[in-house]
Design a protein around this ligand. Sequence first.
Ligand SMILES: Cc1ncc(C[n+]2csc(CCOP(=O)(O)OP(=O)(O)O)c2C)c(N)n1
Ligand SMILES: [Mg+2]
Length: 652
Amino acid sequence: MLSAEAFYRLAYPAMFLSRQLEERLLELFRKGYVKGTVTSSAGNEATAAGAAMPLRPGEDVASLLHRDFVAHLLLGATPYQLVCQYLANAESPTHGREGNVHHGNAASRRMPMMSHLGRMLSVAVGATWAARRRDEDVFGLAIIGDGGSSTGEFHEAINLASVHRVPVLFLVENNHYSFSTPTELQYRCKNLSDRAAGYGIAGKTIDGTDAWEVYTTVQQALALMQADPEPMILECRALRLQGHAAYDKGDYVPRERLQEWQRRDPVPAARRRLIDLAGYGENDVAALEAEIEATIEQAVREALRVPRPDPKRHSWTSYRTSSRAQAAPFVAAKAKNGDAVRMALNYLLEHNSQAFLAGQDVGTYGSAFKTCKGLIERFGQERVMDLPICESATVGFALGASQVGAEPILEFQFADFSTEAVTQIGLNAGTWYFRAGQPAPLLMRLPCGGGLTVGPFHSGEFEGLWSCFPGLKLLYPATPQETFEALLAGFYDRNPCLVLEHKLLYWSRSGPIDFDGNLAAVWRPRQYTEGDQLTLVAFGAMVHDAIAAAGEVGGGVEVWNPFVLRPLNLDPIRRSVAKTGRLLVVQECSSAAGIGHRLIGQLFCAGGHSLKCAPELLAAPDTPVPFAPELESFYRPNPGKIAAAIRRMLEI
Ligand SMILES: Cc1ncc(C[n+]2csc(CCOP(=O)(O)OP(=O)(O)O)c2C)c(N)n1
Ligand SMILES: [Mg+2]
């Protein structure tokens, strides 16, 4: 730990640099060079500097927010990089894909923030957990504001860290306002650190304008976490000295209140300490400041000379393209779909020491559908983890873990509950590679679909939803062979992949598995029958109904399954449609909820062929899945309805 004198020698220049550089960025914003907005850290520099200085860059995990500019500088970002980021020029760390505060360096564990407040907390928990699992003696710092402390994920992340004893310091920057909302409209406890008791952990509230107090308290917290690894809450109180962002005058803050806190402005306070403690004279400090001003000017000059990003040379993909092509082969004489899942999980955990499986009741119980049976006995609770009910934080946790070399496999108890994690899956994990330049390899399993009489909240598929997000991949297998292949391909792919597992098929379908290990070949549509009269496209449980209907009609029908629902590769099916001239798509859910219309659009529009009759979608009524068996079996398409549609289209 540094002495107060040594601390201020390092802290003051960083705090001054932060304050001046942000002022300069604000000026560039007003002149039109910087787009979006600029959020000022003024008033928060002591908290951010005091919290960042104990961390070891590249080792400890940091999740910083929009008032932590100085922490980025202390943990490795250069003024030049930051100006480029704000200018969104060709050399910006995010290649112009993201702006202002949304930056970091995932490779060195300074996680790039997403806008949605609260969601980065669980990412820090997962990354810290994964690093410590590799015996690294590291800690996490996860920052949140007073406003962000009201989010559900604040609770989910701290609870998760507490239950799994992950030493993350949750630092609440309480600057008394969330945009214009004062704290009395945000929470009713006395201190936000009082909430620590609810998680069975320690909490403390301190003066966030005193950099030395923050630094020493964080050092003490790290020492405590070293002795007994568990998270802590540290609330640092300050006041935002400017408006929320460039567009906000902040005139809702009472003048006397602002003046009171202006007297405690952390940057002049640190300057005084430098003079008092380190024996700097006024001239020495002025010379130091002039040097920093010159550094800023040079960074701005150089950054302004950098060209704008060129859309023609930009890499327009949200996917990491290089993934593993080959895995060890696997053969099983006979398996049900549910067995295929268990065999694939067993295979993945056995062949990949960094793989872990997490979800609800996946451990001793073996998961709700028993697809994880026996895994905890074989691989232990470090690799087969039961988690609290917190789907959103679970995905954030896995995303963070994936940045530190862990290979997460998540099970949602039912696909329906994946909607709890729309932000984390669709917006955080899905955009991670695009924004952060680092792959986010997560495998997520979603037991889905109707036919089990379990009503509107346990019967959904959500393929329409999950196929909408750039950066995600989505596979929907229908046979044991396909199930095994989908899970392996999804795991070894370097992008977040979701595999839909239709629950009805877990027990009702069985067959051999013979996988030659060719992962690249998995990503293709599947064909089940041949015919030259009509192309019938189905996925999930509808594949089997479609095959039955094709058999009932008696030939001429070619049944296909796109199998990969994102990114779509429909070329083989397009060729089938060109041959048959008729297209019928069947989906289990309602027409608005599913992907069927998109399939028809893409097969028809890009096909360039004329059809013998209009393409059709056979879907469920536009309601939630009903509960009563009579209603549900009427609701879902079935072989009879599919055969009737085929006959109608063939006019037989
Ligand atoms: C989930 C979510 N809702 C709304 C916003 C819009 N927003 C951005 S910053 C902000 C205020 C945040 O206040 P606080 O957490 O106290 O942090 P501060 O800006 O005061 O440092 C809001 C409402 C957001 N980013 N995320
Ligand atoms: Mg605030």
